[in-house]
Design a protein around this ligand. Structure first.
Ligand code: SF4
Length: 179
């Protein structure tokens, strides 16, 4: 395995400075997360990188079990205008994609990014994996793969709470799976 410092220098190049390593086995996958997608989220069936366009939870578990470790990126952000949320998300996800690409090209063939929120690379999502406009770039969010982000990042000592309104600062998380 490569030295940890190799990766860290790439993260810093993309100004990704707040991150922690996590053993892949410590990433919590839970069926309740999928139920929250199915019952309570407007994106269910509307987004090409969200359920039901992502695999069932047992396959998600299998996917994570094939990795040795991951990196959790933390983003603390206050956005005054809720309408600009997807703009900021897009900007961060594009930066994360460039970083993932560089890590992949440096020899980490299994590098796989989980967006910090649902994919919003297009103004209007096609809602279909087959018809996705940017198949090479779109990635699922961690919750779309059944990750209990709350339990997982708390293991690392990162903050996360259910937010009650848009006046609160967000703590958002993206994951990079590596081996
Ligand atoms: S790239 Fe576009 S079509 Fe594909 S999942 Fe993202 S928003 Fe949807």
């Amino acid at each position: 395995m490569r030295k940890k410092t190799d990766l860290e220098s790439i993260f810093h190049k993309y100004n990704l400075t707040d991150f922690k390593r996590i053993d892949a086995k410590d990433i919590v996958i839970a069926q309740w997360v999928r139920f929250k997608c199915m019952f309570g989220c407007d994106s269910y069936g509307q987004k090409a990188s969200c359920p039901p366009n992502t695999p069932p939870i047992n396959e998600c578990r299998e996917f994570f079990s094939e990795y040795e470790y991951g990196v959790v990126y933390h983003f603390e952000k206050y956005i005054e205008n809720p309408e600009s949320r997807s703009e900021w998300t897009n900007e961060m996800n594009k930066k994360l994609l460039l970083c993932e690409q560089e890590i992949f090209l440096s020899g980490y063939q299994k590098a796989f990014l989980l967006f910090l929120d649902e994919c919003c690379l297009c103004r209007k999502c096609t809602g279909s994996r087959i018809l996705c406009m940017h198949k090479k770039l779109s990635r699922p969010g961690a919750d779309a793969l059944g990750v209990d982000v709350y339990s997982t990042v708390r293991k690392l000592g990162y903050p996360i709470e259910v937010l009650k309104d848009y006046n609160q600062t967000m703590n958002r998380y993206s994951f990079l799976l590596i081996e």
